[in-house]
Design a protein around this ligand. Structure first.
Ligand SMILES: [Fe+2]
Ligand SMILES: [Fe+2]
Length: 164
């Protein structure tokens, strides 16, 4: 049996992952508006992956004979003033999600829920990757500063992100 507290926390995490997808779509829309199509492609792929994360937890809850309760997804921020700010907010958000995953893990330890601990290991590894990827782009965006040609080159590079 999936402990009640863990089930509730997993349901919250499903919403967090859908919210992540929503936030990255809002960022993609900002980039589309600025004709930065490569950045937009990258963010849309990021949004798609977040839906995958939500579904991973969704399927896990149902596999454990738990009940998925979908919660309302808040409206994401749509006000961005620069490419750099978008990536600062993306990094901040991934750090927040890492904190949530860690809290979930701590709860599953407290509840002696071993299968959830194993399931969460994938997310713990994923968060290291997520933070490092966003941080690497942010560093390059900072280096680029106001240099438009370099920004366009990075835009072209990010357009090559493969879905998978
Ligand atoms: Fe995620
Ligand atoms: Fe993420």
């Amino acid at each position: 049996m999936l402990p009640k507290k863990v089930e509730e926390a997993l349901n919250h995490q499903i919403r967090e992952e859908f919210y992540s997808s929503y936030l990255y779509l809002a960022m993609a829309a900002y980039f589309e508006d600025k004709s930065l199509n490569g950045f937009a492609t990258w963010m849309k792929e990021q949004a798609r992956e977040e839906v995958g994360h939500a579904m991973r937890i969704f399927n896990y809850v149902t596999d454990r004979r738990g009940r998925v309760i979908l919660e309302a997804i808040p409206q994401p921020t749509t006000n961005f003033s620069s490419v750099q700010e978008v990536f600062e907010k993306a990094l901040e958000h991934e750090q927040y999600i890492t904190g949530k995953i860690n809290e979930l893990y701590a709860l599953s330890v407290e509840e002696k829920d071993y299968p959830t601990q194993v399931m969460l290991q994938w997310f713990i590894t994923e968060q290291v990757e997520e933070e490092s990827t966003v941080e690497a782009i942010l560093e390059r965006v900072r280096l680029i500063g106001d240099h438009q040609p370099a920004l366009i080159l990075l835009d072209r590079e990010l357009a090559a992100r493969q879905s998978g």
